[in-house]
Ligand binder design. Structure first.
Ligand code: FES
Ligand code: FE
Length: 445
């Protein structure tokens, strides 16, 4: 807790100790304090359409079976046999009516209930099956197809946790009248970075685009005019949105609509959005954000190769912690439901070639993040009391005050030359790490 107080003091002046991205003790503390109390993203409903369908996902590092049970209800079951802890499920995805433990054969229904125990009459005559089901997350919710769970039985509702972030998330999920459709299966891969590096980057790290992704910009797969040096109104960082943050690249007064072509755009009507949300989508070239702790989205238009017209798609992703310096990324590509099959194939190809394990943008990012995690182990960096710099746009670092007039919720900076979104992410992290036990998304809001 002392260390956390130090981190708090640093963050007030825009500094963060490298330990935040690498220290094993802090990591253990966040598994306990962050991941057991917050609403954690697990997957998309489209992955488990039928009764018995399941996927495995982690909350923190705990393995859970996310399954649609025989009654059609989504359950999030700890993959640990109540007898002696063996994993009852040993594949990443599939369909099961029941799980038979490979050790001694205890058998569980797909609702998690213990349904049978070998030699019950001889050896366990008094065992109450009802009391020995798989542990299950007490709170599970589906929001526009996205599955979230919370391990704290006293947690606030998902809607309350999401708070004003919904205003921005909905723009991306409900821009098209029929909503968004998941294309193909999610990609999963490991990177040697801390889970918070991806999560903070998606809060609004506009400054890395023209550097990290320079080669991708140079070959012309992204609109250069949107990726140049940050400038007023070309980009907006909005932070302290119920503890979450977003970043938006815009062309005010123009109608780029994430570079969707006219055949897709004709399905965009305010519908589920209000006028302000719709107007923001109209001006947007790119929109990304992170719902604390480890759910991010990115809505963007890119082209599959230089010279070709850009086309829009949405990616949503999960940054699953796998140790202080390793993360498993799970990522989905989505497109508007009404788009033609041909467009969906194209959007998938573009998503694959940009934001996937083999994607050009993705590879750029995961090649730089490991340094930030590894530097936490540097002795000489520690001898110099190294702190990472998150001061861009902080206080009088920026000549421009935050916007006074902004249609959406949260604090909107006047330019995207700032790291307010990243600071907001770490502020929220600190609140949960402080473990005040207060059961709200952002105790200071
Ligand atoms: Fe599962 Fe013994 S550990 S049946
Ligand atoms: Fe990037």
């Amino acid at each position: 807790d002392e260390l956390i107080d130090d981190i708090r003091r640093d963050l007030d002046i825009g500094l963060i100790a490298p330990a935040v991205f690498s220290d094993p003790d802090l990591y253990q503390a966040e598994l306990r304090r962050v991941f057991t109390r917050t609403w954690v993203f697990l997957g998309h409903e489209s992955e488990i359409p039928n009764r018995g369908d399941f996927v495995q996902r982690n909350i923190g590092e705990d393995p859970f079976i996310v399954i649609r049970d025989d009654k059609g209800e989504i359950r999030v079951l700890l993959n640990a046999c109540r007898h002696r802890g063996a994993h009852v499920c040993r594949v990443q995805a599939g369909n099961a009516r029941m799980f038979v433990c490979p050790y001694h054969g205890w058998t569980y229904a797909n609702s998690g209930k213990l349904s049978g125990v070998p030699v019950k009459n001889l050896g366990y005559a008094k065992l109450k099956l009802d009391e020995w089901g798989l542990y299950s997350a007490p709170n599970v919710t589906v929001y526009s197809g996205l599955i979230f769970a919370n391990l704290n039985k006293d947690a606030i509702s998902f809607e309350e946790y999401l708070g004003d972030f919904a205003w921005y998330l909905d723009i991306n999920l409900h821009l098209s009248e029929g909503g968004m459709e998941v294309l193909g299966e999610p990609h999963r891969w490991l990177v040697d970075a801390n889970w918070k590096q991806g999560a903070e980057n998606f809060c609004g790290d506009s400054a890395h685009t023209q550097m990290t992704h320079r080669s991708a910009l140079e070959i012309g797969v992204a609109d250069l005019s949107s990726a140049g040096a940050p400038k007023p109104d070309a980009g907006v960082h909005v932070h302290d949105i119920s503890g979450h943050a977003v970043s938006i690249r815009r062309r005010p007064g123009e109608k780029p609509f994430f570079s969707y072509p006219p055949e897709v755009k004709r399905h965009f009507r305010p519908g589920a959005l209000n006028e302000q949300q719709f107007a923001l989508a109209e001006e947007s070239l790119l929109h990304n954000g992170t719902l604390f702790p480890n759910f991010s989205f990115l809505h963007i238009g890119l082209s599959e190769e230089s010279g070709k017209e850009a086309a829009g798609f949405l990616t949503v992703r999960l940054w699953m912690p796998k140790g202080p310096r390793q993360t498993e990324i799970v990522s989905w590509i989505l497109a508007p439901k009404e788009a033609s099959e041909e467009y969906k194939r194209r959007a998938y190809r573009i998503g694959m070639s940009s934001f996937s394990p083999s994607g050009n943008f993705e590879q750029d990012d995961v090649s730089v993040w490991p340094g930030g995690a590894r530097t936490g182990g540097s002795i000489f960096a520690a001898m110099n009391h190294m702190r990472y710099n998150y001061q861009m746009g902080l206080g009088d670092m920026s000549p421009l005050p935050p916007k006074e007039i902004w249609d959406g919720p949260g604090i909107a900076d006047s330019s995207n030359a700032g790291e307010g979104g990243l600071r907001s992410f770490h502020k929220t992290w600190l609140k949960w790490m402080k473990g005040s036990g207060r059961n709200v998304a952002d105790p200071s809001n």
